[in-house]
Design a protein around this ligand. Sequence first.
Ligand code: ADP
Ligand code: MG
Length: 701
Amino acid sequence: MAIGFLQNPIEYLKGVGPLRADLLKKELGIFTYEDLLNHFPFRHIDRTRVSVISELTQEADFAQVAGVVLQVEILGQRAGKRLVAQFKDKTGIMELTWFKGINWIQKTIIPGQSYLVFGRLGFFNGRPQFVHPEVERIDSAQPMEKNYMEPVYPTTEKLKARGLGGRQLAKLTQMLITQLSPAVLPELFSLSQTKELGLLGRLEAYQQIHFPANAEKAAQALKRLKFEEFFVAQLRMQLVRAQRHHQSAGVVFEKVGDAFNRYYSTCLPFELTGAQKRVLKEIRTDTAKGRQMNRLLQGDVGSGKTIVALLAMLLAVDNGYQACIMAPTEILAQQHFASIQTSLSTIGLSVALLTGSTKTAERKKLLAALEEGSLSLLVGTHALIEETVQFKKLGLVVIDEQHRFGVAQRARLWKKAAVPPHILVMTATPIPRTLAMTAYGDLDYSVIDELPPGRKPIQTVHRYERDRSRVMEFIRTEIDKGRQIYIIYPLIEESAKLDYENLMKGYEEVKAFFPEPNYWISMVHGRQPAGQKEANMQRFVSGDTQIMVATTVIEVGVNVPNATVMMIESAEKFGLSQLHQLRGRVGRGAEKSYCILLTPPSIGKEAKERMKIMVQTASGFEIAEKDLQLRGPGEIEGTRQSGALNFKLASVIQDRPLLEFAREQAARILDLDPTLVKPENQLLRAYLQQQKGSVNWSKIS
Ligand code: ADP
Ligand code: MG
């Protein structure tokens, strides 16, 4: 028995067989021994602790008592029908109640018999009771073991019905575990490393997480396995990154030249913030090294990422390379194009725009210019990825609002040059730093953590339906001062039809309140043809309309400095980071701006919490942190597909210190031994090699 043992199909395990194997596969996704080993108990029943009825208190969540069933009766009718057993120990009497499976329970619970009863403790009229407890005859074949923490496994009704309830799963797992050895389940760390880390060994951890000797051991086992999850994920990403650093040739931007300098000294409309300067320096250093830069630039909405991108693009031009920036929507691409074009006109550089709606003739000209190298700067959408787009000498790719693009899409841009271009990925989705490094650990990381000076804070308020007319009056005063307004409606996939109707109804209401010709309204939503969307957006951007009624299609990047009010309808339906993104559409000019969150009078507790957080804090990073706590990592935009933040046991929220520790350890090991060739890292290397989807070792020398 050796490595490979755990890959055995589950039907080979004694007591499983083809029928049960089928069920295990279908119901729990358990295909192999390894899957079963990784089917962890969600808790343990401490069979060593038996309480007495008189001492049961409201504080206890779960309890176990031993006693005798006195009488069993069926009470109530239909939905209220239940089976109630009086249960007695030396100190008192309590009730056990079942609403379901009454017939079966009635057959198994016998008055006069002794039972061990375990369940979630409830109180009724001050008296303790169990509803649907687990019961076990005390004098049954197996005597009670001492020091026994019984694992409770997730299972399903179907499995239970086929004799594969939690207890049977425990038996199978027990059988599997007795067959384990270090040869079958190798350690990842050398002895001294394990000791240094202060962790249980791997084999022991698996034994103890299923069948712990006591609660403390269970906790240690959990810690070790969580650490392992974090550590392996971190190590993989850091390896990819290290590999890129050591291996990949990169375009060299050796100098800062004319375009950059002239733009910097004559066209820059403001002084860069300290954070912007720092990031530029990071990019500058990175791109001069002769290896490919792969940098994630994170910065809150409005922190000024665009100018950093532009300057980096000029750096490319100064070194004889082409550069492009890809935006997730046509609107954004156009906006970037317009602002880059204006700001570059004075230094005589030309830039082109390529999107899905670029006309054929123009596209032809543009593609030819790209290929022969007469065009240096290109702004575009997904259209940039297409095969037909060929650069002569692509040196830098900037990807704006990266969470809108998949990794595969990014990779296609890479391939547009013999030597891979530098990549700068920008995102406004605020992710706490540690998590960013976890989710994007294969990228280098920069952050603009400072807003341009003079920004007036956006005043955020939470208002209810009943305040609507006052809110509208306020909006009128803003418009009459010459400002522009966003009114945003939710459009959620699951309730698209209803939401759409609400949007239309809302639009009519707004129109009734703000009639033409004094007021003009744009409406933008996902069901419009691209051209129409574009035109409506453009009218708002140019100031022809004062009000923009829209769904979240406008969420990213749009820049209308004259807009001062962001009103969000049914704000309770939005997530925190989305609300924050929307809020970021205002406060971009000199005037004081407002964000109004409108909700029905009664909203859920969590929604209330979200409104409160929005009103209280302006920092995207703080909001991201709260969002994470409220919703969990699965919901963070941009990481959802990658699953990089979702682990089986570990939680990037609750186990943050452990994550940090694992990250440091991975870095430390790679620091000393970047390609894992030292003897003490051979177990680790073997493990990584054996795992599927492993790092491409041929590229690591
Ligand atoms: P984001 O990071 O959200 O993409 P933008 O790049 O669109 O932000 O910048 C937001 C606004 O701030 C723009 O109007 C931009 O011109 C302005 N801006 C950027 N940097 C500075 C700065 N250092 N000082 C003043 N204004 C700045
Ligand atoms: Mg932007």
